[in-house]
Design a protein. Structure first.
Length: 386
């Protein structure tokens, strides 16, 4: 079934960003990272990181493997010292000219594999993090362990089990309970869900997110999973080659990526040659509105696949090349029309013949060779040519 008659695209149909797309600074800074660098030998791993994290907020640091995410987390925890720059907690310098050791920073850390002690029971693992001055005696420790188990939605019978008798998701919840036993103000999560299979991953992520939000703990999650970063955090920091390429709320970084590499890292992107005049970009998919045009003339235009819809009628057409069926939706590859032979090359009407990928819920819409009318909804993002 096709969609109804195309509606004219207006910028007003799209919501305003919730925060500025630049560095999202909060009034209540819990953690501030200022111009932090880190070298290992001759390798410059962090090249000047600036990041503010609001009290009680959830920040995801996302980026490709080797971009420096774990190194940044280790600097925040106090496991390493920065080369230059400084780190402040509640406005107090903990790294820079001053140094506060890891155990005095009130920071919890959950690693990728949970790193539970295999020779200890679950209860002993959790009790390991307790302040023994406050929880003296077996009874007090036991009561607190049960409270922490309850917090991560596991009943008291788990206290007697060994880590190997738990599922991956349960182990990660115990690792969180152990980290929460120290009553940290900040929780650092270093890819804690990456070893879990897809369904368990989502459930564990939700469970852990809920516990931390309920306790009001400022949380920083490191992940290389874009979807995880976008769904978990209220602030996403995209790291590339030791720098933060963009910081903003999930909606902003996904819909208005700062550059092409960020756009492609955060999800599928359709990139077309375009000619920008005012705030309209002319390309093979017609004239597309662009928010905050960065340049005029030749640009690259980025659209998300879900912005390109199949229409009942439209002056823009394409031919189905092939498709991948994923159940709830299909990914459809479409060839846009070539320029007519002998047609003069007009720089103001660039493109022609590109292959784009869109998504559609109805697999019957996509048959090889089928001619589809297409329309674009929303705004594109223009990147100046290098
Ligand atoms: N202790 C160390 N000594 C030497 N080099 C290191 C050390 N720790 C990290 N590195 C190097 O720093 C770079 C960044 O590593 P880091 O673990 O921070 O990246 P990452 O973004 O977390 O990667 P991944 O997603 O694969 O975990 C890598 O090239 C790594 O080899």
């Amino acid at each position: 079934m096709t969609e109804q008659t195309p509606t004219p695209v207006t910028a007003a149909r799209f919501p305003e960003p919730r925060v500025a797309p630049q560095i999202a600074r909060s009034a209540d800074h819990h953690l501030e990272i200022e111009a932090v660098t880190k070298d290992f030998g001759h390798q410059q791993v962090l090249k000047g990181i600036n990041l503010s994290v609001a009290r009680g907020g959830t920040t995801a640091i996302v980026g490709p493997s080797g971009s420096g995410k774990t190194t940044l987390l280790r600097l925040i925890a106090g496991f390493e010292a920065p080369g230059t720059g400084r780190i402040l907690l509640d406005g107090r310098e903990v790294a820079g000219r001053s140094w506060v050791p890891a155990h005095r920073r009130s920071i919890g850390y959950v690693a990728q594999d949970g790193a539970l002690f295999p020779h200890l029971s679950v209860g002993q693992n959790i009790a390991f993090g307790l302040d023994r001055d406050r929880f003296r005696g077996r009874k007090a420790v036991q009561t607190r362990v049960l409270e922490l188990l309850e917090m991560v939605a596991l009943d008291g019978s788990y206290a007697r089990r060994r880590p190997h008798q738990l599922s991956g998701g349960q182990q990660q919840r115990i690792a969180l309970a152990r980290a929460m036993a120290c009553e940290p103000e900040i929780m650092l999560l270093d890819e804690p869900f990456s070893a879990l299979d897809a369904g368990l991953r989502v459930a564990t992520r939700r469970a852990i997110g809920k516990v931390l939000a309920h306790a009001g703990v400022t949380t920083i999650l490191v992940t290389h999973d874009q979807g995880e970063a976008l769904s978990f955090a209220d602030q996403v920091a995209v790291m590339r080659g030791g720098r933060l390429a963009q910081i903003g709320n999930p909606f902003v970084v996904y819909t208005r990526p700062a550059d092409r590499a960020t756009a492609e890292f955060l999800g599928d992107a359709v990139i077309l040659d375009a000619w920008l005049e005012g705030s309209l970009a002319m390309c093979s998919l017609g004239a597309i509105p662009v928010r905050r045009p960065p340049a005029q003339g030749r640009v690259q235009l980025m659209l998300r696949p879900e912005q390109i819809r199949i229409a009942a009628s439209s002056p823009i057409h394409g031919t189905v090349l092939d498709w991948d069926y994923f159940g709830p939706e299909s990914s459809v590859r479409i060839q846009l029309p070539e320029r007519a032979a002998g047609e003069a090359v007009d720089p103001r009407a660039p493109g022609g013949g590109e292959v784009i990928t869109i998504r559609h819920w109805n697999a019957a819409m996509a048959r090889k060779g089928m001619d589809l009318a297409l329309r674009v909804i929303g705004e594109g993002v223009a990147f100046p040519l290098d």
